[in-house]
Design a protein around this ligand. Structure first.
Ligand code: V47
Length: 368
């Protein structure tokens, strides 16, 4: 590690980044202003080296992945967000509702995680959403179920009249092992109002994850970036998450999700350069010092940028997924799924050691 540090100091062009290096080396927290510095700097190489240094200090050369499946049970949604191409009103062309048999048809014993996220169906009862989890858990008791974002949980509370805490307790009893990180989008209220005004507020999203952690359900957190946000909004988003994690320690992973514009009401937004993707991921590793894992989400980054992001602080390549629909409806540039072998090869080719995990980050197998 000492050699790595010397190299970073020697190769760093933007000497203001060395202050950040000093802090992370000393195990000190970086500030809001430091966060802005990372996003504003054009020394991409140094930013990558510093984030990789932190990643290696925490995890060595391990990069995790999971054999998982995404299930999006319905795209019928009672609200409409400008950034979303997936949700549709009841009765619109192209809507679907999966039966239990259809859900089970895509699953098998090999899966370590089933990720369930979908629309806010105006007619489905909370019990139906619980039954989806029960059906999966009954068929595959050893598979973890990571189900329902804070936005869905907010909806369940509204349609059932139960408190958020009671909703979460019922979800846990039905077999939910963890919550996915979706619905966080961007916490900065002015931008949130522009891209997803009808959605659960930032404060409520954070409150729901806090209660989940208190009742013993761990969770992930996302940021939707690459739309109308400013650099300050990205750092602010990470800052609010870092503060909550200080209180609860219930988050596993942070996932930057790159906005895909096709078929959305924000399709006029021009693509950002790849350097911005890499800086957001590196900043996540540097800023979120209390988050165990940072994911390179290949669905939105595309497989190649996701592989490069492993050199920018990411220690998790997410999973095999198959059948992702939410982001592909908005033109995601990636395949709909990949094999275990694909992950082993991609991670090895990037110079890291693939580690297969389950949803709770227990190690299943190390591919030396
Ligand atoms: O929050 C919707 C995103 C998210 C678009 O917890 C879009 O491990 C880009 O929850 N462009 C849901 N993104 C995805 C999600 C998730 C994904 C990966 C891992 C985990 C995890 C959770 O999908 C939403 C929203 O930000 N999304 N539309 C779009 N046009």
């Amino acid at each position: 590690m000492a050699r790595l540090l010397e190299n970073i100091e020697r190769l760093c062009r933007d000497k203001s980044l060395l202050e950040i290096l000093e802090k992370v080396e000393a195990g000190k927290r970086i500030s809001f202003v430091d966060g802005l510095k990372v996003l504003k700097s054009d020394d991409l190489n140094a930013i990558g080296m510093i984030a990789d240094y932190v990643k290696r200090k925490r995890e060595g050369d391990k990069v995790y992945f999971v054999v998982n499946r995404h299930v999006n049970p319905t795209n019928i949604c009672a609200i409409s967000c400008k950034f979303c191409a997936f949700g549709k009103p009841k009765g619109a062309a192209g809507t679907y509702e999966m039966t239990f048999d259809e859900i089970l048809a895509g699953l098998n014993e090999e899966l370590r995680e089933v990720h369930v996220v979908g629309g806010l169906h105006p007619d489905w009862k909370f019990e139906h959403y619980l039954d989806i989890v029960r059906v999966i858990k009954n068929a595959y008791p050893d598979t973890h179920v990571k189900a329902y974002t804070a936005v869905e949980i907010d909806w369940f509370s509204e349609i059932s009249g139960l408190s958020i805490e009671d909703v979460l307790i019922k979800m846990k009893e039905a077999g939910v092992d963890a919550l996915p990180g979706g619905g966080a989008e961007i916490f900065a209220e002015d931008v949130r109002n522009k891209i997803c005004a009808p959605k659960t507020s930032s404060q409520k999203w954070l409150e729901i994850h806090k209660i989940a952690h208190q009742v013993g359900i761990p969770s992930n957190a996302t940021i939707l970036y690459g739309h109308l946000e400013k650099y300050e909004d990205v750092v602010d988003h990470m800052d609010r998450l870092r503060n909550l994690q200080d209180e609860t320690h219930g988050f596993f992973a942070f996932i930057p999700v790159l906005f895909q514009p096709e078929n959305t009401r924000l399709k006029y937004i021009k693509p950002f350069p790849g350097s911005y993707d890499l800086k957001v991921h590196a900043l996540a590793r540097l800023y979120l010092d209390n988050f165990p894992h940072i994911k390179a989400y290949w669905i939105t980054l595309g497989e190649k940028t996701a592989q490069v992001a492993l050199h920018f602080g990411c220690d998790d390549a997410d999973g095999t997924i198959i059948r992702e629909k939410i982001i592909h409806d908005a033109g995601a540039p990636s395949e709909v799924g990949h094999t275990r072998d694909f992950f082993v090869k991609t991670i090895k080719d990037a110079g890291y050691t693939p580690v297969e995990r389950d949803a709770l980050y227990n190690v299943v197998r190390v591919y030396n």
